[in-house]
Design a protein. Structure first.
Length: 474
């Protein structure tokens, strides 16, 4: 077929696709197509094809586009177009929280990569449009509303090319943007670190595709602030305080007592306790029992899950698909779970804890009950203000107590689903009396000693002491 045999068709709209506007044409005997997020981009691309065909340009049999267009793709790819494609690439295998985190980071960076111009939208409107539509593939083809649509159209028109990030000044501008909130104040260190990791991975993928020569962040000396990952010792509660709160939960909402008991006595994450099933519990009438954890039900917004519900089944945190974790549980929790099964039963699919109409237990429900019970059980004079503020603080209190009991850190880490390094980094400061214990061990290791000596010495040679430690008489 002739390379000049070109037929260009009307734009086809497919609302169910991430890029709903498809430009279709025939070139060199083959059907071609290319999809775009907005109709304006599709119209522009189709007009360029028509112009090239009228000029009689040779269309490449390989790409279906005019051969004169055979330039590196990055030269015409904007940052916004590439970032949307990156979010779509990450979507299928990412958890809901990860999807939302990627969109949040990209929506923070993108305004710094737009050229200034008249008619720009308010920062809050632009950020909401980028977060909720441009970087959410599930929302492709839906109507974002007039304000968001206008903001996105303006952003597409004023966005820098992806290759502009090869300039260190542009890259640093994006890094400075992710370190700030919308009100201009500095973001938390953990937030900055998380968003910078997304930015680095995004640019690394561009380098992998050949759109950039290298990752620009490798040539910028900008460093995120260091964040403290250790748990606050003030949030560590005593067993008596936990038992007082559990007693209040039993009074207010008894079907949730065992749920909070799982967070404390087994150090489960809330999402793991929500997914716990009766078949995963070994509950002997006496002694220790065991939980076999197989899944987690983390909560996120419906816009980021793949099943249209706030909770999407996932594997255990930091574990591959299909991995399990066994957690021995003390007699106190075994009794709680037996009582729960006897008095409240479980959902149709075997879940121990459920919300309205058998749905997974909602974060709002157990959070509300938790704050009511805590307000009734904890001191109101300020001494308990820092302890057990959130349900997940029960897990922190449990791990701190386990470490303080002298249990081997490796065994505690296996039960908690942490590495030993992470466990000690986060919870070592929560071990009561650990500094006194360390001082005692150091003193015992030094053993009885007469050093430093008291009074004048008769000899300048002290056997058994290195020369650098001998007393100086100068």
């Amino acid at each position: 077929m002739s390379a000049f045999d070109v037929r260009i068709h009307a734009i086809r709209r497919r609302p169910d696709r991430r890029r709903p506007f498809e430009v279709r044409w025939h070139a060199a005997g083959r059907a071609r197509s290319r999809s775009f997020i907005t109709q304006g981009l599709a119209d522009s691309y189709r007009a360029e094809l028509i112009r090239a065909a009228r000029k009689g340009l040779d269309f490449s049999p390989g790409t279906g586009e005019p051969a004169s267009w055979a330039t590196p793709e990055a030269a015409t790819t904007s940052w916004l177009e590439y970032a949307a494609a990156y979010a779509a690439m990450k979507w299928p295998l990412a958890a809901a929280h990860t999807r939302a985190g990627i969109a949040d980071a990209l929506a923070t960076i993108t305004p710094a990569l737009l050229t200034s111009g008249r008619g720009g939208p308010p920062a809050t409107v632009l950020r909401a449009a980028l977060y909720g539509h441009a970087f959410n593939p599930a929302q492709a083809g839906t109507d974002p509303g007039p304000a968001a649509a206008a903001a996105l159209a303006w952003a597409w028109h004023h966005c820098l090319l992806l290759t502009a990030l090869a300039d260190p000044q542009v890259t640093r501008r994006a890094l400075d943007a992710l370190a700030l909130r919308l009100d201009g104040t500095r973001a938390a260190a953990t937030t900055i670190t998380r968003k910078r990791a997304v930015f680095r991975n995004c640019l690394g993928y561009a380098a992998e595709l050949g759109l950039l020569a290298a990752n620009p962040l490798d040539h910028v000396t900008w460093r995120p602030p260091r964040s403290s990952c250790s748990a606050d010792p003030r949030s560590t509660a005593t067993p008596a305080e936990v038992q007082a709160i559990l007693a209040e939960v039993t009074r207010i909402r008894p079907e949730l007592t065992a749920f909070f008991g799982c967070l404390y006595y087994a150090a489960l994450r809330p999402a793991e306790a929500v997914a716990l099933r009766a078949g995963s519990c070994a509950l002997p009438s006496h002694g220790w029992g065991q939980l076999t954890l197989t899944a987690s039900l983390p909560r996120s917004a419906r816009a980021w899950t793949g099943n249209g519900t706030p909770r999407e089944p996932r594997s255990l945190k930091h574990r591959p698909e299909g991995a399990i974790r066994t957690v021995p549980i003390p007699p106190q929790l075994a009794r709680l779970l037996r009582w729960h099964l006897r008095d409240f039963g479980c959902a149709e699919d075997g879940r121990l804890f459920r919300g309205a109409r058998g749905a997974p237990l909602s974060e709002s429900l157990y959070g509300r009950i938790w704050h009511q019970a805590r307000a009734a059980a904890m001191p109101q004079d300020g001494t308990g203000a820092q302890r057990l503020r959130r349900p997940c603080d029960l897990r922190h209190a449990a791990l701190s107590l386990w470490l303080a009991s002298g249990a081997p850190p490796a065994e505690i880490a296996a039960r908690a689903g942490h590495s030993v390094r992470v466990l000690l980094t986060i919870y070592a400061h929560c071990m009561p009396g650990c500094d006194q214990i360390a001082s005692q061990h150091i003193e015992q290791a030094l053993g009885p000693s007469r050093w430093p000596p008291v009074g004048p010495q008769q000899s300048t040679q002290t056997p058994g002491i290195p020369s650098v430690m001998r007393p100086c008489h100068c």
